[in-house]
Ligand binder design. Structure first.
Ligand SMILES: *Cc1c(COP(=O)(O)O)cnc(C)c1O
Length: 299
């Protein structure tokens, strides 16, 4: 597939109808970034795009990045490498496992080379020594930050909300890990934004997003806030009521969720809707960030 600015940018929107929404007078639509491409889905495509374009422009044939053994980012990077003709190297945090889990097995199937490093080494992954050792081992590569964060990642995420959607909705909701996607959305034209933090820690992500925006000299174009209530104990942690919510939502709507991001966000959003947190006639657009491959880790 040819790589250009407009690759994989058309995202279907699906409207949800159910009694909770009717009772609260809220309308809910879902921006299905999970449907962008069968193998390269979600916000991770937008976070990768300008990294890939820069790599091509600078004549790199190999991309390297970092992540855990269930990383949606590395899964997407491997798929992007296959689609757009790059070699890919994934630096994986932790002990090598055999057999590989389904996430890494997909990545290897797409041609990704895996390089395992201990948790301790992984913490130093930004150090010059660590990067130089990788260069000595793998040769010339284009380095993409963990999770696709960084300015290139933010710039890609500025394209998630389409111009016509700015007036069609009153609120954008999304799940936040690093907050890069939220930073991209709020620094482009958008309705007000409500992020749901999936990691534990009162208020920490809002201040990280503030510094992310100011570091990159970006201004929020509309109001935004982050709800830190619905983390279910922390990153990757689940509770039975979350899994039940996801199963019920999928059955009602035919829209698949996963428990790390989209499940927690929609659980939180429905909880707020049931508490009449939103004004009547609020039109909400939820960004489905994809990452469904990760749900295989919870079966
Ligand atoms: C990575 C990811 C997120 C979080 O994106 P950030 O830019 O790190 O906030 C949300 N949803 C899914 C499905 C993801 O894979």
């Amino acid at each position: 597939m040819a790589l250009d600015k407009n690759s994989l940018n058309s995202i279907p929107v699906h409207q949800i109808n159910d009694s909770d929404l009717d009772a609260a007078g809220v309308s809910l639509s879902i921006l299905r970034c999970d449907l962008i491409h069968p193998e390269l889905s979600g916000n991770k495509w937008f976070k990768l795009k300008y990294n890939l374009l820069a790599a091509k422009e600078q004549g790199y044939d190999t991309l390297l990045s970092f992540g855990g053994a269930w990383s949606n980012h590395l899964h997407a990077l491997a798929a992007a490498g296959k689609l757009f003709d790059f070699n890919t190297i994934g630096v994986i945090r932790g002990e090598a496992t055999a057999p590989l889990n389904p996430c890494l097995s997909d990545a290897v199937g797409h041609g990704m080379k895996l390089h395992w490093v201990s948790r301790e080494e992984y913490r130093n992954k930004k150090s010059a020594d660590f990067i130089n050792a990788l260069k000595a081992k793998f040769g010339r590569f284009f380095l993409i930050p963990e999770g696709g964060s960084g300015l290139a990642g933010i710039t890609g995420c500025q394209e998630i909300i389409q111009a016509e959607q700015v007036n069609e909705y009153d609120l954008i909701c999304l799940a936040c890990g690093t907050g890069t996607t939220l930073a991209g959305i709020v620094s482009a034209a958008c309705p007000p934004v409500l992020g749901f933090q999936v990691l534990k820690g009162k208020g920490y992500l809002a201040s990280e997003v503030e510094s992310l925006l100011s570091d990159k000299q970006l201004l929020a174009r509309n109001s935004w806030s982050i709800n830190d209530t619905y983390h279910f104990g922390g990153y990757g942690k689940v509770k039975p009521e979350l899994l039940t919510f996801i199963a019920n939502f999928e059955e009602r709507t035919n829209i698949p969720l996963e428990p790390v991001y989209s499940g927690k966000m929609l659980f939180g959003l429905y909880d707020l809707i049931k508490q009449d947190y939103f004004q009547k006639n609020t039109r909400v657009l939820v960004v489905h960030g994809g990452g469904l491959q990760g749900a295989r880790g919870f079966i």
